[in-house]
Design a protein around this ligand. Sequence first.
Ligand code: ACO
Length: 704
Amino acid sequence: MSDIKYLFEPESICIIGASDKKNKIGYKIMENIKSGGYQGKVYPINPNLEEILGYKVYKNISDINEIDEIDIAVIAVPEPLVLNALKTCPSKKIKYVLVITSGFSEIGKNKEEKDLVDFAHQHNIRILGPNIFGHFVNKSNLNASFASGNIPKGNVALISQSGALGSALIGETGEENIGLSAIVPLGNKCDVDESDLIEYLKNDDSTKVILIYMEGVKNGEKLIPLLKETTMKKPVIIIKSGRSKKGAQAAASHTGSLSGSDEIFQSIMNQTGVHRPENVVQALQWAKFLANTPMPRGENTLIITNGGGVGVMAADACEKYGVHMYDNYNSLSEAFSQYVPEFGSVKNPIDVTGQVGIEGYEKCIEAAVNHPDIHAILCLGCEHALFQEEALKTTIEKIHNLYGHIKPIQYVFYGGKSIKNAARYLKAKGIPMYFDVYDAVSSLGELFKTYRYKQIRHQFESDDTKGIVINYAAISDILRGVENDKRQFLLANESRGLMEAAGISMPKSFVAKTVDEAIHYFNKINATVVMKIVSKDIVHKSDAGGVRLNIENEQELMNAWEVIMLNARKYNPQAVIRGIEICEQINLDTETIVGGRRDSSYGPMLMFGSGGIYVEILKDVAFRSNTFSKAEIHNMLKETKLYPLLLGVRGMGPKDIDAVVDVILRVALILKHFDQISDIEINPLVVYDKNCGARAVDARILIK
Ligand code: ACO
C-alpha cells in the first residue's frame, strides 16, 4: 500500500471536477491550492475548460503527458460520476484519492462506497473520505480543501471524523490563537483511518500535538499500540462523542452492558496515555498549552497570588486535577521571604498581598524558576490600583520571554476592562493566560499526566507471567468437548475444570446424577455445601429456583434435591437435566468481578470491578487491553471505586490484592492462548485478607 507520506507531502496533485465557477466546490479547492502557495505540480481536470486561475486544465488524467505519476487526486464530481473518475486514476499511478463527494454510506449507499474501496485497493490506491472537505498540510503549503482559506498555521494537527465539526474547529482554533500543522478529515472513513494518519504525524517534527475528533473506532487493535508509541513522543488529545451505547449492542455475557463501548474507550485512553477532554473548549485549551509548554522535571507546583481567595480556589483546582502543590515550608520561606511583606504568606500559595505590584511578581517568579524543587508556577492576580494595563502587558511578556521556555508558567488575572484587555493581548501573543484558574489548572494537570505516564510507562510493557503454570492441554480438551457438543458456553463443571487447569482456586464440587451420589459427594466434601441445577437449557439457575444454600446434613440435602428438581421441571419442562452440582460453600468476603472478553473492535480485553449480584447496578468496572504487566493491572484496579476497600478501610485490614492480580494474569494468558474463548466472567471472585488468597465462586465462559 502507498506510503502515507504521499498524502502529507505530495509533489503533484490533480483535481477532478475543478471548476471556474466561483460558487462551486471545485473552484474553491483550486483557489485554496493557489492562495496557499503550493509549490508542487497542479493539474485541474474538467472536460469543458481550458484554464482555471492560471492553471492549464486537462480533459482527462491520461491527457497529462508531461508526467507519469501523480501523488494525489481530489475528486469533486457528483456521486454517480465518482467511480468512473476513480477509474482514470491508475493511468497516472495515483497514490491517494480524496473523495470530497457526499452521498455514500452516510445515506445508505454502502455498495457504492465499497466499490470505490475495492477498485482502489486493486490498484494500490488509498482513499481518504468520502464526504470530506479536503485536507491542509502546512509544511507542504497545501490547502486542498474547500474550508476557509484563512487557516492559522502552527504545530497542532487536527484529525476530524466529522467534516462540519472539523471545519468549525478551524475557526475555533483561530479564535484561540492555535496554529495548525495539518487538518485531515476522515469523513466516512471507508479506507484511510486515524491510525494511518497518526502513523505519519507521530514522526512529523512540525506537529507537537495531535488533536482528534472521533465518533467510533473501527480497528482498535491497530490503534492501541500506535497510541502507546505516539504518546511517548507527543501528546494526543481525543474528543470522542457517543458516550452511551444501546444495550442491545452490548456484549454477549450478562455483564455485557457493563462493557458499553465508552467505558472501554475511556480505559483504553488511560492505558495509552491519551488526553480526553470533556468538550471542545477544554480540548483547545489543552492543545494550546501542551503544544507550547516545556515538559516539567518533577511534580511540584508553586502558586503565587496577591489574593488569599483565588489562592484557595487554585488549591481546590489543584486537588481536582491532580496537581501537587510544593509544601516544603522551610525552603519556601528561605526563597521567598525577602519578596513578601510580613503580613503576607510564604506558604504555598505564596501571598504577596495587594502591597505588591506586577513588578513584585517578577522577582518571585524568577526565584521560583531558579528553585530546583519547584517545577511549575501558577501566577494569580486580582485587580487593584497597583496593576496598570500597560505594565501588566510588558511585564508578563518579558517574564514569558525570559522564563516561559524553562518551566511551565501560567497566568490568571481577575479584574475589569483593563485587566481583560491586557489578558487578551497576552493570550494573543501565545502566553498561557487564562480567565479562570480552573481552566489553567486543568491544562497543567494534563501536562503532569503526560509527565507521569512517561515516567512509569516502561513498567506497563513488562511480562509478569513467568512462573505462572497453566495446564493448557487440559483446557484444550475441555474446549474440544464443548465444540463437539456444538455449544457456545461451558457447563458449570467444565468452567470449573477450566479454572482449575488455569490455577484459579474454586470451591470443591461434583455433579451428582442421583440423590445417593449427592450424599456420597456431600460426605466427600465434608463441609457446608451449595446445590445447583446442571442443565444447558437453564442458564440463569437462581431464576429457575435451581439453587439451594447452607446445606449442612444429609436430610437437608435430600429435601433440597427434591425441591430443585421440582422447580427446574416447572421452569422448563423440556430441559435436559444432567444432575445437581454439590459444591463446597465458601466464606464470603469482598466480592469482585474479573472478566476477559474479545471486543469486536479492541480485541482481547480484561475487566475488573465490584462483583456479586449487584454488579450491573454498581457498574464499577475498569478495563484494559490484554496485558501481562502487574503494574498495568494495578492501574486498572485503581480506576474502580472498590480499590480503597481493597487497601483497607475503617479498621478492616488490606485485602489480598496480589491474589486478584494473579487471577487476572491467568485470565490474560487464557485469552492469549485460546482464540475461541470470547468471554470469561468470574463473579464473584471473593477476595480474602492479605496473604489469604482469592477464590472464584462462579465462572461463566463463552466460546465463539
Ligand atoms: N471529470 C472532470 N470534471 C468533471 C467530470 C469529470 N468526469 N464530470 C463533471 N465534471 C465537472 C463539471 O463539469 C463541473 O465543472 P463546471 O461546472 O465548471 O463545468 C464540476 O466537475 C463539478 O460538477 P457538478 O456537476 O457541477 O457538481 P457540483 O460542483 O455541483 O457538486 C460535489 C459536486 C461538490 C462533489 C457534490 O456532489 C457534493 O458531494 N457536495 C457535498 C460535498 C460535501 O459537503 N462534502 C463533505 C464536506 S464536510 C462538511 O460538511 C464541511
